[in-house]
Design a protein around this ligand. Structure first.
Ligand code: AMP
Ligand code: ZN
Ligand code: FE
Ligand code: FE
Length: 284
């Protein structure tokens, strides 16, 4: 019998998704998911609402996060599952990250504001209180002002890293990110590592270092991983016996990604749950 689909990468309005955690859980139920992970950028602020919302749905919630890390100019996203959300090092680092993202977004908007009629309040109007701010909220403000047709168009134009307005935000290295998640009892899974242009990161040498630091898994089935990159990732996953996941990276209406468009094998989810010591899945 086919098992209910498992989608381990989604965003709510607590970061840059367009649905509240409650609405996201309702969407996941409508999409027929059996298990959904909430993985907002650099925050666990949506866990409580998601946990309450999953009750009575029959779905399983896997609490998680997508931790921002950086290697030079490249941003590297590290999914963390089932860690202790009160771990003091992780709490401090994510607070620092959110603060750095806020000031970076203000600087980007100031630069855009020199050429377009847009101010910081326009961006704040697009984010829920305390949300992890990022380019998606600037994109929404640009759309509201009529300077872009939708988020994707804004990312392809004014918000592109080559546009002249871009700057990266401060973030720990991928190795530090992995260690933080492990020390909080969580399971680090590197997110979409083989997006176009990033294939050099998918090397034996770079993965050896990540695995040495405690990396446990790799997200292979993701719409932005290239075909050639996925092949390399499957080889690396075999070599290092890594957990393999597939997920949607759903952002509500903010991205074309649909819930359940990529899924994870239940045996791989079992490995995540077995490796975690920080928290447990919530059976709704
Ligand atoms: P930032 O982290 O602020 O540099 O912004 C990048 C984030 O924007 C990534 O996490 C993407 O998932 C997210 N994002 C949301 N919607 C889009 C979109 N339509 N196109 C590209 N990136 C998007
Ligand atoms: Zn995002
Ligand atoms: Fe990501
Ligand atoms: Fe994501």
């Amino acid at each position: 019998m086919a098992h209910p689909p498992i989608d381990l990468h989604t965003h709510s309005s607590v970061s840059d998704g367009t649905e509240t955690p409650a609405a996201l859980i309702a969407s996941a139920a409508r999409a027929g998911l059996g298990t959904v992970a909430l993985t907002d950028h650099d925050t666990t602020a949506g866990w409580a609402e998601a946990r309450a919302s999953v009750a009575g749905t029959g779905m399983t919630l896997v609490p998680g996060m997508e931790l921002s890390t950086r290697l030079g100019l490249n941003s590297v996203h590290m999914l963390g599952y089932l860690f202790d959300p009160t771990d003091s090092a992780l709490v401090a680092e994510t607070a620092r990250l959110r603060d750095g993202r806020l000031h970076r977004a203000e600087r980007i908007v100031a630069r855009i504001g020199a050429d377009y009629d847009i101010v910081w309040d326009d961006v704040l109007a697009q984010a829920s209180d305390g949300a992890t701010l990022g380019r998606p909220h600037i994109a929404d403000a640009l759309v509201a002002k009529g300077f872009a047709a939708d988020r994707s168009a804004a990312f392809a134009g004014i918000l592109h890293w080559r546009s002249g307005y871009y700057e990266p935000h401060e973030a720990p290295s991928p190795l530090e990110g992995i260690r933080l998640i492990r020390e909080a009892g969580g399971v680090p899974v590197i997110a979409h590592p083989a997006t176009r242009g990033r294939e050099p990161n998918v090397s034996v040498e770079s993965f050896a270092r990540l695995v040495d630091a405690g990396l446990l898994g790799v997200e292979i089935a993701h719409r932005e991983n290239t075909e050639a990159g996925r092949q390399r990732l499957r080889e690396l996953a075999d070599r290092y016996d890594l957990i393999v996941t597939g997920s949607s990276d759903y952002h509500g209406d903010g991205k074309p990604n649909r819930l359940g468009e990529n899924t994870t094998d239940p045996r791989q989810l079992d490995r995540i749950v077995a490796a975690a010591t920080g928290s447990e899945p919530i059976q709704g």
